[in-house]
Design a protein around this ligand. Sequence first.
Ligand code: PLP
Length: 822
Amino acid sequence: MNKRLSKSEFKAAIESNIKTLYRKTIDEATVDQVFQAVSYAVKDIIIDEWIATHDEYEKQDVKVLYYMSMEFLIGRTLGNNIINIGAIKEVREALSELGFDLNAVEDKEPDPALGNGGLGRLAACFLDSLATLGYPAYGCGIRYRYGMFKQKIEKGYQVEVPDEWLKNPYPFEMKRPEYAYEVKFGGNVRVEKKDGKDVFIHENYNSVRAVPYDLPILGYKNNVVNSLRIWDAEAITNFSLEHFDRGEYQMAVEQENLARTIVEVLYPNDNHYAGKELRLKQQYFFISASIQRAIARYKEKHNDIKKLHEKVVFQMNDTHPTVAVPELMRILLDEEGLNWDDAWAVTTKTCAYTNHTIMSEALEKWPIDLFSRLLPRIYQIVEEINRRFVESIKKAYPGNEEKVADMAILYNNQVRMAYMAIVGSFSVNGVARLHTEILKKQELKDFYLMMPEKFNNKTNGITQRRFLLHANELLADWVSKKIGSDWICNLSAISKLKDYLDDEKAAMEFMDIKHRNKVRLAAYIKEHNNIEVDPDSIFDIQVKRLHEYKRQLLNILHVMYLYNKLKDDDGFDMYPRTFIFGAKAAAGYRRAKLTIKLINSVADVINNDSSINGKIKVVFIEDYKVSNAEIIFAAADVSEQISTASKEASGTGNMKFMLNGAITLGTMDGANVEIVEEVGKDNAFIFGLSSDEVIKYEKDGGYDPLEIFNKDSEIRKVLMQLTNGYFSAENPGMFKEIYDSLLYPDEGGRADIYFILKDFNSYAQAHERIDKAYQNKKAWARMALLQTASCGKFSSDRTIEEYVRDIWHLKKVEVKMPKNSK
Ligand code: PLP
């Protein structure tokens, strides 16, 4: 770090930016304008490092990772960037002397929400770690004009409001028109013979120009700046009289429309495949542009395309970028002139695939007629990949047609994207140990048996720099005072906190910080929900996307059960508890939206019932997103991770809570298993069916929720309250759909498919254990501190090092800045 600005230099830069951007003095500037001015001052520093980083990559001719993802949930970047350039103190003081508060200025940044949830946030954490560790990488994605919708709660219902994150210019992005590429859709493929070889000519297509915007991704105080490259679409044919005259008016309008619609909006489905044609267009659009650019960059220095894999690796984040496999083949075959075998050898040494889910509703399967109409040349290539793969299945399992049916990429008039990803990749990884085991033993067993060398596990991680250093300054400072600041770039060092586990004073300081963070969240809740919550109560939090498998319903049914006990059972008492929810439901996911309404209806009744003396409060935080997540994690006592075992591939929210000293209440699912392994079984509240038990019930049947309903009067009472208007006097039948889903078979012939009633009692008992444990303040403090002290494994730095070691094989680069570069 050579280029540092002093406080007074920052002040001067901010004032000067206000002048050039707005023709104003600092006294006349709004906070929004100050946000822009500070961002430009910071960007000015970043630019030099950005240039230096890429010069170094060029000089060393490094291998580059392209992390391909439909989603990057980066969240606000100003605060993180200031930390990473090592200027937090200078900027805060400069602003303060100019009469502005840094937190208020940070709040003016839109929260770039180019993702839905865990998958997109993982991509953002990975970029942070890659830059901090000094690995050459690009994130490749889409510059959605509207990111994840903003959620408003009106009369208890979710209302979606467009996220106009680009309404004001986003100061950190840079348009790079020099790297624009054409991407083609539709039309037909004509085959011609040339020198005895087939040549494939794509004609009558529509096309758009993909134009990249780069966002800087800063390493922590190491001068490294990588790029997140997000693609915008522009029309190639501008509407003109010439086209009108030639009768191509229709074509011109279509291309304008295509460009406008293709990057318009992020699909708000998390873990759910909707099969929309525009989504496939988005996928091909950003993949084609990213690969064209990667190859052009490679060819600037190298002339043997057969060695592409030595300098380039494409990581596909889930199946959404899987068209990378046939697109790379297309370029190698049609543009670079390789024969099939050579092209396939390059492709399968360059592409790698991360599987994120085993849930069938999330698996992408495109109808062949749609796929082949939209991407005719790509489809031809997929057909040939499939033909050759089917041949190899037949060779491995002669006469076994079932294997072909189970494994073929093209089957039942569909393109099975996960299968194409596996066949076209040299690596297939799951995202937590349990998930990878389920892939190998169940969901992808046939593929594992045929190509075991491809399969590996990479347990997810999170960046401690955003979720502790930035999100929880009080705790971050305290940790550094106790054990030094090594943990910032080496989270395993945080285990030194274990020395303080039996130091009562330290444990009390730790809990005092938790309390102050609870006060901060209570103020946020007061401001946004107008609900008073008691920071001395247990903050029991479930924040994540709303999905049936994540079982927010189990949580709220249990709240109803506790409320009934408080009202009905004189002998019952409990420690005051604040149940906090935050969750967006996909706009078209009716039952998830009804669950939000149920939570809010229950909250209305309970929060306004003075007879329970405030023992329970229920809060639904509107618009859960990265920026408020940071406040929420810091304030949690209990982290609800209660998915049906086997359904949550990993989870990453669970790790963020742990980092901030919250104790897990969870099932043995996803990365919870590994969290429990780190903290020990006695330091987590575990309940419910195991994944093996769930899978067995799913296969063999044998679970009838009606039996539980009939036997257990407390559960029955809760369920009856869903249909008797107890929480919805205005419309007693409102929650009947939820009631029915728990008791009566769906179209697949099963009831309560997420085992809510089956796990209910075990969940309620875990809550009782929490109630008891919290009342022993000393023991609780020890357990909370142990969470933070044990979370070393869950840094995304560790995850990235494993990807580098086993899959990407990148080399670390050091970037030195010339002295006094400013
Ligand atoms: N959404 C946001 C804003 C997050 O920060 C996270 C945390 O990782 C997630 C979603 C994913 O949460 P979970 O892993 O609990 O589903």
